[in-house]
Design a binder for this molecule. Structure first.
Ligand SMILES: Cc1cc2nc3c(=O)[nH]c(=O)nc-3n(C[C@H](O)[C@H](O)[C@H](O)COP(=O)(O)O)c2cc1C
Length: 259
C-alpha cells in the first residue's frame, strides 16, 4: 500500500480547498453555466475557492492518436491543453459541466477527454481529486453523462442534471424556468464537494474502487509499461518523479524515440 497516494497536505486544515469549475458548453452563460454556478455557490458557502475554466476560451485541438504522450510524458500538440490541464490538476476538486449534444458531452469536452485520457489512465492524473458532474439537456436523461464526467475527473462525489425543455414552455433558459428545488440541490452538492475535497486530504485508506484500480495497475498496467520501456518512457519518468517505482526499475531504459 502506498500511503502517500492517499495523504493530502501536511496540514489538512491549512487554507481554503481549491476547486475548479470546468464549463464544456460553448455558452459562457448558458444553461450549463447556470447549473454550475449553483453548485459553485454551495462550494463557496463551504469556504472553498473556485476558479472557472471555460473550455470555449481555449484552443484544444483533436487528439491525433500518435501515443507520443506515453513516450514523452506530455502531449505533442502545441495548443492550450497544458494550461487547462495544469488548472485542473492543481485543484483539489473539480466541478465538470457539459450540455448533452446528441446524447454525449459536447465535442469540446470530448476532445479534452481524448487529449487527457492516456496519461490519465497510466499516471492516475486525477486520482486525488474529488469530482462532481453537471449536465443539462433539452429532454434527454442527464445522469449517465454527468456520472461519466465525474468519474473521469476523480473520485465521484455526485452528479446533477437538468432538462430545460418542456412541451408546455418550449425552450426556456434554465435560469428562468426550473424545478424550484434545483438550486438548493445543486448548492448542497457543492457543499459536499468542498467538504469531501477537504477530507480527501486526510484519507489514508483506499475505497473499493481504488483498490480495484490498484489491482489492475499491479497486474496489467505496471507489467505492460515496464516490459515496453521505450513506448512508455514518459509514463516511467512520471512514475519515477512521483516515487511510484524505484529508480533502478528503469535502469535498462533505452533513449527516447520520437513520436
Ligand atoms: C447541437 C446540439 C445538440 C443537442 N443534442 C441534444 C440531445 O441529444 N438531447 C437533448 O435532450 N438535448 C440536446 N440539445 C439541447 C442542449 O443539451 C440543451 O439546450 C442544453 O441545456 C444547452 O446547454 P448550454 O446552454 O450550456 O449550451 C442539443 C443542443 C445542441 C445545440
Amino acid at each position: 500500500m502506498r500511503a502517500h497516494r492517499f495523504e493530502r497536505a501536511l496540514d489538512p486544515e491549512a487554507g481554503a480547498v481549491r476547486l475548479v469549475a470546468l464549463n464544456g458548453s460553448p455558452h459562457r452563460d448558458g444553461n450549463t453555466a447556470t447549473l454550475l454556478r449553483w453548485v459553485v455557490e454551495g462550494c463557496l458557502e463551504a469556504g472553498a475557492r473556485v476558479d472557472w475554466v471555460h473550455l470555449a476560451d481555449h484552443e484544444i485541438r483533436y487528439c491525433r492518436g500518435c501515443f507520443a504522450c506515453l513516450r514523452a510524458g506530455v502531449c505533442a500538440i502545441p495548443d492550450d491543453l497544458g494550461t487547462v490541464r495544469d488548472a485542473l490538476v492543481s485543484a483539489e476538486g473539480l466541478i465538470v459541466g457539459s450540455p448533452v449534444y446528441g446524447g454525449q458531452p459536447t465535442a469540446q469536452m470530448k476532445t479534452l477527454l481524448d487529449r487527457l485520457t492516456l496519461l490519465a489512465l497510466y499516471t492516475r492524473t486525477f486520482e486525488r481529486h474529488c469530482s462532481v458532474g453537471v449536465v443539462t439537456s433539452g429532454v434527454a436523461p442527464t445522469g449517465g453523462v454527468a456520472r461519466g464526467l465525474a468519474s473521469f475527473f476523480g473520485r465521484r462525489v455526485g452528479a446533477i442534471g437538468a432538462k430545460t425543455t418542456t412541451v408546455a414552455s418550449g425552450y426556456r433558459p434554465l435560469a428562468q424556468a426550473h424545478d424550484p428545488r434545483l438550486p438548493a440541490r445543486a448548492r448542497a452538492l457543492g457543499r459536499r464537494l468542498a467538504r469531501d475535497s477537504r477530507s480527501q486530504r486526510r484519507v489514508l485508506f483506499p475505497s473499493p474502487r481504488e483498490l480495484w484500480f490498484q489491482l489492475l495497475e499491479a497486474c496489467v498496467i505496471r507489467p505492460l509499461v515496464l516490459r515496453h520501456p521505450d513506448d512508455f518512457a514518459g509514463v516511467i519518468d512520471i512514475w519515477r518523479r512521483e516515487g511510484r517505482i524505484p529508480t533502478q526499475a528503469n535502469r535498462r531504459r533505452r533513449p527516447l524515440r520520437g513520436p
